[in-house]
Design a protein. Structure first.
Lengths: 358, 479, 376
């Protein structure tokens, strides 16, 4: 049977699941801190920037006629330039994946497992990620689609907040108060990061325009989710309060009470495991793709195990939640640079090559 | 061994009486009759051949016949002349009478083997709908199918499985409806089986599975004729194994194990409701006990105030941690189930009483378990029986144990990790190389109309995408 | 291909799990003491000059198979609330947990001093629910929780349910940790909390505490609590008895029930930039009990009665607002509306706390009697 390709819907879900994650928990506060009143609106602009970035990636796809980015780069760059670059990107992506994991388990530790060693929890998540990544991108996409459906009902939770939502709390002020636009944009933008992995999907998708459109839709889905959550937070909490809450969404969840379950936040936060595992798996997979390109003979399983083990020890370094946050931020910045830089570089290579051929 | 050495060349030799008798040397049940006046030798297994019919149709005519009559008799169409040894021996084994006459050898089938009558399926009972089910004879099963599908497009391939048992296996498909890639794949997989015996359809399934080490059944079997036919018409391939009432159909998705033929015999709303009930039952089976363990071990804050004290009170009498309590009770339920399944119905009821009343009541009173756990375990056990496929419900029950242990170690996080693991595993599975999680992944919303709900027939005009049928519309054979 | 390595890894997973299972994060149900209600109050220092001490009382409901003991209360007198936890857990065989905390009671004296640091502790602890109730106690908290109420074996639960019920009838605002912190941090509204006190063999609602910041500054009488409710929010269910005596209409009394109320706050700018606030209330309801000389079956009289009720509500609301302005407690959220009528810079430059007592607030009420029962 022919090798199966990723359908546009799966690409959408892949993008969405890679983008979203635990960042969601603190996003409303970051917005409030950096963009002031009605800071949620900043998401629209930032999502636009992400969309622009995706457009650049789609240019690569179009100019390269579906060639994988490795093929494009290897067309004109010598190996001694490429390999350091490859290693750098692979490292950054792998470390991003594992710090995301560490972030999730650290928060979980704070909530329920105060004395359990964080790294033990992380091993568990890593084992899950390992099993997911070795299955290859097609099966990853299938798993992520299932994850999406398992978690999609969580949107219904939003109806709980209607009663205490108040428009007057939103205030008519826009982006006023103490604001740090540049810094804020950068740190909020990292929550959109994840779409850049679509660069690696070129060889795996059905040829055609639908692929990049699917990535755009995935980005829109993420934006919509973020906007809804942040919008509710801005109307549900008072502004000054929002600035003081470390994880506004966690508090938002703990507000829910069902007749048969009190404090459902505990369970709901466990559901975040789905999106977290997705994010980690995608980054580790991306990293694995690059390593595989450098060492074509190596077995995928061995590569994945080595990557996970290597970054596991890196994840040991940041210990406290603020430290992890700092790491995530800097990794996010680097990812952003890669997300913009890599496709621009590819376009340059493609154009130079084209001219050379003419 | 002398025999095996000569086997190759003997196979293609002309059958002789001497060789035949040599072949069946130590078989006490072989019969050799000689009619000296006509020079006829007959060799057969008495119990494979209906003796009345044999006497009437074979023995008497030959006894009365003279030389010319014998030739005339042997020219009749039911007497098949055999020129090579191998099929000749096989025919005897399948119940034919071998006749040797003047260096020529013939076989004649005088009667069909004995079979259980066509009864209602015990494992897949339904309330409304056809009540006949397959029995152990492949030919009868084939006839049941052919009688329902009166189409020349119903093709069958005869294969043989089992180096010793030589079990007949029929691969059936509807030409122009089934995807030939599946047919070829299935056929080649069956041909590749190298084992001495295949005794049941469920056993064959494990030889042709994509992932024999998965906990989930990837290819369903059914004893119901209507279920088999409906899958056939949906573009699937079915396999009838001789000696087994379980008929295989492939490929199949995870969700197919949750549908039952009577979904279609009820009004669509009822069908939909029962189907949704089964999915809810699935969630209950998998998570209930694990949730109990998780909540009582880690997440006390999730318990509603009114339940808190009742639960604490009943827990306070239990001397061990929730995990042991839960495993103990789950194991008891499994014991009861297994005991009940092996025993005749009348004793089975006693088991129910002993298990339900004596153990259940006494365990709570003795302070071995809390009564809320009993409710959780019992409801998840009942829920597991709602799932129509026995193999699937057994798999799910096993998974539950894993989740309970995970929940006892990491609470909700552990439970979720277990679920993530199960989904990851499911996502990697394929059935005859078709994705097991269709229509969730790959996504196909159209299929949902006949997976999660049972839409009215007006909406069910297309075959499921998993069949990859060349003829997707459920209409005539040709478009 | 997959089988062996997968199995090996699964075994490793299980090994790791087993190692883990030795750790001490288990919170097995029957070994826990669930703090249901926590009370905080000030005990004056014995010697002057020493700081006042804090007395923390907790009520832990108990599940006793014999059914005799229903609860346990424990008290600790400590310097800070954080010490209390340690001090209290010394007194019990159960490990105390706060995940089932339902309500917190603050002694009036403590509330007057400020409860900010306690609130801070509550919101910080991930175990504590956002739905924990915050209540002020008029009187001795320890006594309130310790007392054996013949008809209510578990006073914590009794208080909790009573507050729930009363909040539903709009007699008191429903004040959870979420509500309190939200309003506490909002610059346009001040927080409130219900007050309870002991009364004979029962506990009773004793009005509403108005906070300024985290300090309890004023109290609203339970008789006026519905007027407060009308001013503070829109609601769909309420009941109040009105005595029109005070307006000089003779002995007129009525029970206004099934009230549906909505209020609008409008901020007007005067010519010289001064602010004035207009609160318009619309109250609909049915009159099922009326003692007086009007015939409510007749339309004219009914309108007359509507006017009188409106007059009553307006004058009382006005009085209440005056009192709130005096105490600088913006408990009904006028600030939010003023803020929303301004630009950001303007709002930042106004000191709302200073401005609030001086602005003009006018109330007007419209009353509609939807029905008057099934008898003319």
């Amino acid at each position: 049977m022919a090798k199966e390709k990723l359908y546009p819907f799966h690409v959408t879900i892949l993008t969405y699941m890679t983008q979203t994650g635990v960042v969601m928990l603190s996003l409303p506060r970051i917005l409030a801190e950096n963009f002031g009143y009605n800071g949620w609106m900043a998401l629209i602009g930032l999502s636009g920037i992400a969309a622009l970035n995706i457009f650049i990636i789609s240019l690569v796809y179009r100019l390269g006629k579906g060639k994988s980015i490795f093929q494009i780069m290897e067309m004109s760059l010598p190996k001694f330039v490429l390999y350091p670059l490859y290693s750098f990107i692979a490292c950054i992506w792998a470390v991003t994946g594992c710090i995301v994991a560490k972030n999730y388990v650290s928060i979980f530790q704070m909530i329920s497992f105060n004395t359990t060693h964080v790294m033990l929890l992380k091993i568990m998540v890593d084992i899950l990620v390992y099993f997911l990544v070795i299955k290859g991108i097609y099966n990853i996409s299938k798993a992520l689609t299932s994850f999406y459906w398992v978690t999609s009902w969580m949107y219904l939770i939003l109806f709980f907040y209607f009663k205490d939502f108040e428009w007057a709390r939103m205030t008519p002020f826009f982006f006023s108060g103490e604001t740090h636009f540049v810094e804020g944009s950068m740190s909020v933008f990292t929550s959109f990061i994840g779409y850049e992995l679509s660069l690696l999907l070129f060889p795996y998708v059905e040829k055609g325009k639908k692929f990049m459109r699917a990535v755009q839709i995935g980005n829109l889905l993420t934006t919509l989710t973020y906007i809804i959550i942040c919008f509710i937070c801005f109307g549900f909490y008072s502004f000054e309060q929002l600035k003081l809450m470390v994880y506004p969404m966690l508090d938002l969840l703990s507000y829910i009470k069902l007749p048969f379950i009190e404090r459902i936040d505990n369970l709901l936060f466990a559901f975040f495991l789905f999106t977290t595992v997705s994010t980690i798996a995608m980054y580790i997979w991306a990293s694995q793709e690059i390593v595989k390109r450098m060492i074509p003979k190596a077995k995928v399983k061995v590569i994945v195990i080595l990557i996970i083990m290597a970054v596991f020890f890196i994840a040991w370094i940041p210990d406290t939640i603020p430290e992890i946050g700092e790491w995530l931020q800097y990794l996010g910045y680097t990812d952003t640079v890669i997300a913009f830089g890599l496709p621009l570089m590819l376009i340059a290579i493609l154009l130079v090559n084209k001219r050379a051929r003419q | 061994m002398a025999l095996s050495k000569s086997e190759d060349n003997m196979d293609n030799m002309k059958p002789t009486l001497q060789h035949t008798l040599e072949e069946f040397k130590d078989c006490a049940d072989i019969l050799h009759r000689t009619l000296p006046e006509t020079g006829i030798d007959m060799v057969f297994f008495e119990h494979l051949v209906g003796s009345d019919q044999f006497t009437r149709d074979v023995a008497i005519p030959f006894m009365d016949a003279n030389g010319d009559d014998v030739k005339r008799l042997l020219n009749r169409s039911q007497y098949e002349e055999m020129n090579t040894n191998k099929p000749f021996i096989k025919a005897i084994l399948e119940g034919a009478v071998a006749i040797f006459h003047n260096d020529r050898s013939y076989v004649v089938y005088v009667s069909k083997p004995e079979a259980r009558s066509i009864q209602q399926s015990e494992t897949e009972a339904i309330i409304t709908g056809p009540h006949d089910s397959f029995n152990e004879v492949a030919e009868i099963n084939m006839s049941l199918i052919r009688r329902r599908v009166k189409s020349s497009h119903l093709k069958s391939i005869l294969l043989e499985v089992g180096e010793v048992t030589k079990t007949r296996v029929y691969v059936l498909y509807l030409d122009d409806l089934a995807n030939m890639e599946y047919v070829n794949e299935l056929q080649s997989r069956i041909e590749k089986i190298e084992i001495d015996s295949v005794l049941d359809g469920n056993m064959l399934v494990q030889y042709i599975d994509d992932f024999p080490n998965s906990i989930f059944p990837l290819i369903p079997t059914t004893e119901r004729v209507d279920a088999a036919v409906s899958r056939l018409v949906a573009g699937r391939i079915i396999v009838v194994v001789d000696g087994s009432p379980s008929v295989i159909s492939a490929p199949a998705s995870f969700f197919e194990f949750f549908s039952s033929p009577d979904d279609y015999y009820q009004r669509w709303m009822l069908g939909t409701a029962t189907r949704l009930l089964r999915f809810i039952a699935f969630i209950i089976t998998v998570t209930f006990t694990a949730m109990y363990v998780s909540v009582t071990t880690f997440h006390y804050e999730m318990i509603p105030e009114d339940l808190l004290l009742t639960l604490t009170e009943s827990r306070s009498r239990v001397p061990f941690p929730p995990i042991y309590e839960a495993l103990l009770l789950e194991a008891t339920i499994e014991l009861l189930r297994e005991a009940g399944a092996r025993l005749p119905t009348k004793i089975g009821q006693t088991i129910g009483i002993v298990g339900g009343i004596v153990i259940g009541q006494a365990a709570v009173q003795a302070g071995l378990t809390s009564n809320i756990l009993i409710i959780a375990v019992a409801s998840s056990a009942i829920a597991s029986f709602v799932i129509p496929s026995y193999v699937m419900s057994a798999s799910i029950r096993l998974i539950r144990f894993g989740l309970i242990i995970l929940a006892s170690v990491l609470g909700n996080l552990g439970l979720m990790m277990g679920i993530v693991m199960v989904i990851i595993h499911l996502a990697g599975l394929t059935s005859l190389k078709a994705s097991y999680l269709t229509p969730i992944a790959p996504m196909n919303v159209k299929d949902w109309r006949d997976v999660f709900i049972r839409s009215p027939f007006a909406w069910l005009k297309e075959r499921p995408s998993m069949s990859k049928s060349p003829n997707m519309r459920r209409n005539k054979m040709k478009q | 291909m997959i089988p062996l390595r997968k199995k090996a890894l699964l075994l490793q997973l299980f090994a790791a799990l087993l190692v883990l299972s030795g750790c001490g994060d288990e919170k097995i149900l029957e070994r826990l003491g669930f703090i249901h209600t926590a009370g905080y109050e000030l005990v004056p220092a014995e010697n002057s000059g020493e700081p006042d001490k804090l007395r923390v009382t907790i009520a832990v409901p108990k599940a006793d198979p014999e059914g005799k003991i229903k609860r346990e209360t424990m008290t600790a007198v400590v310097a800070t609330s954080k010490e209390a936890r340690i001090e209290l857990s010394r007194q019990t065989e159960l490990s105390l947990v706060s995940g089932q905390l339902r309500s917190t009671l603050f002694g009036a004296a403590l509330a007057r001093k400020g409860i900010g640091e306690h609130i801070d502790t509550f919101v910080r602890d991930p175990a504590i629910s956002q739905r924990v109730k915050i209540t002020v106690v008029n009187g001795n908290v320890q006594h309130l929780l310790n007392k054996r109420y013949a008809e209510h074996p578990r006073p914590g639960q009794y208080i909790d349910r009573m507050l729930d019920k009363e909040a539903e009838a709009m007699m008191i605002p429903n004040v959870t940790l979420y509500d309190f912190t939200r309003d506490y941090y909002d610059d346009g509204i001040d927080a409130v909390a219900p007050i309870i006190r002991e009364k004979g063999k029962d506990i009773t609602i004793d009005g509403i505490a108005l906070f300024q910041g985290d300090r309890y500054v004023a109290r609203i009488d339970p008789d006026d609590s519905l007027i407060f409710a009308i001013l503070r929010q829109n609601f769909k269910r309420g009941e109040m008895s009105i005595n029109l005596n005070s307006l000089g209409y003779g002995k007129e009394k009525l029970l206004f029930s099934s009230m549906v109320s909505s209020r609008k706050i409008k901020v007007n700018r005067g010519e010289n930039g001064g602010l004035s606030v207009q609160i318009r209330m619309l109250v609909k309801g049915s009159v099922l009990e009326y003692v007086g000389d009007l015939k409510i079956g007749e339309e004219e009289d009914r309108h007359k009665l509507e006017k009188r009720i409106a007059e009553y509500l307006t004058s009382n609301a006005q009085k209440m607002i005056d009192a709130m302005q005096r105490h600088k407690a913006d408990s009904i959220g006028i600030g939010k509306h003023v803020r929303n009528s301004m630009s950001y810079t303007e709002w930042k430059s106004t000191n709302w706390d200073e401005l609030y007592p001086n602005i003009e607030v006018r109330c007007s009420t419209e009353v509609v009697i939807k029905n008057f029962g099934k008898f003319m």
